[in-house]
Design a protein around this ligand. Structure first.
Ligand code: GTP
Ligand code: MG
Length: 434
């Protein structure tokens, strides 16, 4: 069972519907005015944060998301129906990256927060809209604009006030199950917890969220065990509870002090600022007979190594001794955090420009067989929106090519009248206009 908190998905917004060519049919008039309606708008695609979701598991099986296309225009000047927008629900705490550029697009931290990831195409114009005094009966319409296509990477980073860290079986999940309504899996074997569990602590005057994280072992920061998966989540918690199993049965050969150092080292290797985060040491399983003595030795070792300012709380999740006291302390620490840290989770979203102004307008490639290929988003889009059945529309496209500077560019590259040119897999013969 893999721990899924990353996923790559593909998104396609809806195409606009095509505009159509139609004419009024009136008695005694062989051809009335233009009467072809516009196409409807294609559906946009949004992400929406939902606190009811906990993992990105669903995206493992479901990787393609598509909004519907707009309907084509109708004959009596009727505009085609627009498609519904599509909403993709993701857990709160999901960060969205453009998978092609690696750029962070947004970080959805609040329940219900939305982000438009792909814009639907606008409807193509019907021939009614092309009528001019000089051309009162145009036989031209426009196809719908293609919807945007996006490849994104989703990454879930748990948003909780408090993170429980420690070796496997230190008693983290048991603690969560005792102080919150969460029901995490608890067992005596290591790595029982594979993905974060979150619970809400409700005190008389305070609420806060605790994330029970998968156990950490040496080398985690280099990817051993559940390693980085786990550390990524710690990054967004404001207070760390470092659990150390004080019983003899912890499965850790070395001293409690060494166990303590190992976890700190992993945190530090991953992100040195984690050691500066408010941390409380939780001496767990204090109901077991040998725990008191082990704790005493641990405290001596700390002192001998000049760790003087650490707060240590003794608890037993079985008898619940010490658990309340610990929660009140955590609540105090949270209330006294400096302002910036309180807001740390509202990191700024990157400004997302749908139009990449830095992209080149177009370029021309030559294939071995002499074919000229024109590559460029804008020109490909214009071609897609050209109604290939309409002579007038094709002429209009020719004018657009010229205004893009493609005629000149082809000429400079050495293209001659009658050469084959390709845009978006369609080929046509090029004729220069002088
Ligand atoms: N005696 C005693 N046993 C405890 C206490 N807390 C947890 N345990 C036991 O310790 C074992 C491990 O507990 P978990 O809560 O699953 O440990 P964990 O830290 O979540 O472990 P991973 O999910 O593997 O990282 C279980 O068998 C628990 O019953 C405690 O306070 N006293
Ligand atoms: Mg656990």
């Amino acid at each position: 069972m893999a721990f899924v908190d990353q996923a790559k998905i593909e998104i396609k917004a809806g195409n606009g519907g095509n505009g159509i060519i139609a004419f009024r049919r009136e008695p005694y008039t062989p051809m009335g005015g233009p009467y072809g309606g516009d196409g409807g708008r294609g559906g946009n695609v949004f992400f929406r944060a939902d606190e009811g979701l906990r993992t990105l598991m669903d995206f493992r099986y479901n990787r393609h998301f598509k909004a519907g296309n707009g309907a084509n225009g109708g004959s009596k000047g009727m505009t085609g129906a627009s498609a519904d927008d599509k909403y993709i629900k993701v857990p709160t705490g999901t960060i969205i990256y453009d998978d092609e550029t690696g750029i962070q697009l947004t970080d959805l931290t609040k329940h219900g927060e939305e982000f438009m990831i792909a814009k639907g195409g606008r409807g193509g114009r019907g021939n009614m809209r092309f009528a001019t005094p000089a051309n009162p009966a145009p036989e031209i319409s426009e196809n719908g604009e293609p919807g945007m296509v996006k490849k994104v990477r989703l990454e879930l980073r748990v948003l909780a006030d408090v993170g429980l860290v420690g070796f496997p079986s230190a008693g983290k999940s048991t603690f969560l199950s005792v102080v919150t309504a969460a029901k995490p899996k608890i067992a005596s074997y290591h790595f029982t917890t594979l993905s974060p569990n979150i619970g809400m602590v409700k005190l008389e005057d305070d609420d806060f969220a605790i994330a029970d994280l998968p156990g950490l072992i040496e080398g985690a920061s280099q990817g051993v065990g559940l390693g980085l998966e786990f550390l990524r989540h710690v990054e967004r918690t404001k207070v760390i509870l470092h659990f150390i199993d004080m019983s003899d049965d912890s499965g850790i050969e070395e001293s409690k002090y060494n166990a303590f150092l190992q976890i700190r080292k992993e945190l530090e290797t991953y992100d040195p600022t984690l050691l500066k985060r408010p941390t409380v040491i939780v001496a767990s399983k204090m109901d077991l007979p040998e725990s008191a003595e082990n704790l005493a030795i641990f405290k001596e070792d700390l002192q001998a190594n000049n760790f003087n300012n650490l707060e240590i709380f003794e608890i037993s999740s079985i008898t619940q001794a010490g658990t309340k006291k610990l929660l009140y302390r955590v609540s105090d620490v949270l209330k006294n955090l400096p302002k910036e840290e309180k807001n740390a989770k509202n990191e700024e979203n990157a400004v997302y420009n749908f139009i990449d102004e830095t992209a080149e307008k177009f370029h021309i490639e030559r294939e071995d067989d002499g074919l000229w290929v024109i590559v460029g988003d804008d020109i490909e889009k214009l071609w897609a929106m050209t109604n290939k059945e309409s002579e007038e529309a094709l002429l209009r496209f020719g004018r657009q090519l010229r205004s893009f500077g493609i005629d000149d560019a082809l000429r400079e590259s050495g293209a001659k009248d009658g050469d084959e040119v390709q845009i978006n897999n369609s080929e046509f013969t090029f004729e220069f206009s002088d």
